[in-house]
Ligand binder design. Structure first.
Ligand SMILES: [Zn+2]
Length: 416
């Protein structure tokens, strides 16, 4: 029996299903029962009933069908989606199809062609060369997804290679992005308990700590609920869901309020960089880890200080709705060695980090010297057209003590 991969592209996300011959035939008949010649499928009551029937017939052998059924039943009658045997892997082609699904469900059918053409032209002009060079992947953080292998006996830890057979255990839920930053749903299957503990004890606190005040003000719930932060001269807590600052001394001027929190937070810059790269290594596909063996070793083991590419950081005031957490991974799809193999944008609230994954064997440059870095930066139009980036050196392996403070100005902006 041969297996065919069928991919669905819907407004509420995508879905892939591997089906055998018989189910394939039944699925095609079910989805085309509206006898439409259009290249997209429209949800009808008939399709909803047909998929429910397929679940009754095949659900036991094919548990994935339940997921498809759930998605189809949640869709509105008349909603349009794409279904095909294998959608393009290329990001620019996929983005065009995603735009088509959105346009199909937003515009009158007579306007679809023109609006789709307008959007694809706009995407090409903005992202232009970037999408010729990179595939872009943004994992969803609003639905539960297990990256890597879901079944424990198939897992191999991507950081140490351990398997159940070699004595590793996978009893803890490993979050691809730290849970303290609000990620409850993006899980990495292929991370053993020992590596999970190492990351949680050694490197992730340096990333999470750098967001402490944001987490408190945004009310991001971690494992232990809302953050309660204690400083030498102050504390930040919550009362009735509202963040409250209790301080020994608050300075008022005509235009601002200033609170000195005191020296308390420990930060090792290289560990923060490694924690960021650990997120990228968690969300990449298993096949994409090839060439990143040295990066994995650097993230997983304490190392002496090495020079690293700069990390670009920015704060975009007003862009935070309190819930924004996103990871976008750019993976180079050609041999243009002026560009890094893997680049990631990590966003939490209004803070953005853009960083290169160092030590890729597919890179011929290290992007440490300014000229190499500037060439790379100029190929990312959405970043180089934004002002106020700071390019920070995170290679230091010494623990620093950070003196945090809060300043509230009359304009309503909070500067940390
Ligand atoms: Zn491991």
């Amino acid at each position: 029996m041969s297996t065919v991969t069928i991919e669905f592209m819907m407004q509420n996300g995508g879905f892939r299903l591997n089906v055998g011959d018989q189910l394939y035939g039944d699925l095609v008949r079910c989805l085309h029962n509206n006898r439409s010649l259009e290249p997209w499928t429209t949800v009808t009551q008939e399709i909803k009933l047909g998929i429910a029937e397929l679940v009754a017939n095949y659900g036991k052998q094919m548990p994935h069908l339940h997921k498809l059924n759930k998605k189809i039943q949640a869709m509105q009658i008349g909603e349009k989606f794409l279904v095909a045997e294998g959608m393009p892997e290329d990001t620019s082609e996929r983005s065009e199809l995603e735009a088509l699904v959105e346009v199909l469900n937003t515009y009158d059918i007579s306007q679809v062609g023109a609006e789709w053409a307008r959007r694809t032209a706009e995407m090409k002009s903005f992202m232009g060369k970037l999408l010729q060079n990179y595939n872009v992947f943004t994992p969803r953080l609003d639905v539960r997804i297990t990256l890597g292998h879901a079944k424990k006996d198939e897992r191999a830890c991507r950081f140490c290679g351990g398997t159940l057979a070699s004595g590793s255990s996978f009893t803890k839920v490993a979050h691809a992005v730290p849970e303290a930053l609000g990620n409850k749903t993006l899980i990495l299957g292929d991370e053993c308990d020992i590596c999970n503990k190492y990351f949680g004890d050694n490197i992730e606190p340096h990333l999470i700590g750098s967001f402490d005040i944001y987490r408190a003000f945004l009310g991001v719930r971690g494992k232990n609920g809302l953050p309660h932060l204690k400083y030498p001269c102050a504390e930040i807590t919550h009362r009735d869901g509202i963040p409250v600052v209790i301080a020994q001394k608050i300075e008022f001027t005509d235009t601002s309020i200033f609170v000195e929190l005191g020296e308390s937070r420990k930060l090792t810059p290289a560990k923060l960089y490694r924690a960021l790269c650990k997120i990228t290594l968690s969300v990449l596909n298993e096949q994409e880890l090839s060439g990143l063996e040295d990066t994995v070793a650097w993230v997983r083991n304490d190392q002496p200080s090495v020079v690293l590419p700069k990390v670009a950081t920015n704060v975009l005031p007003g862009s935070s709705d309190g819930s924004e957490l996103s990871v976008t991974v750019f993976t180079r799809k050609n041999d243009d060695h002026n560009l890094p193999h893997v680049v990631t944008e990590f966003r939490f609230g209004c803070v953005i980090y853009v960083y290169i994954l160092p030590f890729s064997r597919l890179d011929k440059q290290s992007f440490i010297i300014d000229e190499e870095y500037e060439k790379f930066w100029s190929c990312f139009p959405m970043y180089c057209q934004t002002k106020n980036w700071k390019f920070e050196d995170f290679h230091c392996t010494t623990e620093l003590t950070i003196n945090d403070s809060i300043r509230v100005e009359h304009s309503g902006q909070t500067k940390i």
